[in-house]
Design a binder for this molecule. Sequence first.
Ligand code: NAD
Length: 339
Amino acid sequence: RKLGIALVGLGKYSEGELAPALQETEYCRLAGIVSGTPEKIDKWKRKYDIPDKNAYTYKTFDQIADNPEIDIVYVVLPNALHAEYVIRAAQAGKHVICEKPMATTAEDCQKMIDACKKAGKKLSIGYRLHFEPHNLEMMRLGQKETYGKVNRIIAENGQKQGNDTPWRLGKGLAGGGPLPDVGVYCIQGAIYTKGQVPISVTAKFHPVTDKEKFKEVEEGIDFQLRFADGSVADCRTSYNDKYNKLRAEAASGWFELAPAYQYDGLKGETSRGKMDIENVNQQARQMDAFADCILNNKETTVPGEMGMRDVQLIEAIYRAAETGKPVSTADVRQVLDST
Ligand code: NAD
């Protein structure tokens, strides 16, 4: 039998990407939904043939514990709500996928990890690019040092943020601006290309050009990750500019993706020529990989600890931007070692 996934939060990402991807998965299927909006529940029930008993509201959510058709709860809510629903899902005896960023504080991440451990359930983060062949190639070329030691990485992810998801501009629900939302892909890309976790960070906020819109969260931020071997990753992220690139400059060549982080249409090139790699349904691969971990009792390659590591780095980057000083990651590196 295919494992049953329940999506919690039927917003843009669930509707536009995850539900369609679940029509292409081999080891899991869309079995349930959780939403506060009755009209959405009706629409989804009809569209995806979901029985009444598998549709929940936030109030009835905990009853999911009694539903054997739901094996995995996938939390796709605004960032600050991830912790509560991951913890409640674990307490209901379900395996959990949590969207990025894992939470708005590292403290919450720890509670989420602890709740899943206590319940004996697996926890993974929605880091779809770990299942995407172009990004897997960046990991291979960088970590195997195919072009020699990687000296410098350039990781840039920016997108114009409109007003379609207003919670993204509020500190309360988002936790921050572009850094936790899209900048986390730069942190991820730098670490999985280098195969190391940085030892320190520096950062600088972009000037605010739209004071009305960016009252609570940053408009953009440049940051540099420094690795133990002296190499660096120069990163930038913005809600007011468009860029999408992951590039590695190594001792005897370079390799890069542009665009690097989107759902489709990724392109890769190296100093030896173009990468000949197909685009795939990233979310289908990601969810099937997690289902495989559950079915065959394997460890996920994108565990809660990795999500927490990145939230700790986000906190360090904000600290560096606020103080104008380098911030060491030494105090957080125990949990930062998985790449
Ligand atoms: P969205 O605003 O479109 O969806 C969020 C959903 O949560 C909405 O349906 C909303 O009704 C519901 N919700 C429940 N309680 C809410 C509350 N108190 N306030 C606001 N909304 C509430 O957002 P989205 O773009 O779908 O993002 C959801 C999550 O998925 C975020 O954590 C985001 O970072 C993540 N995401 C990940 C990717 C990826 O590529 N992995 C892409 C997009 C979004």
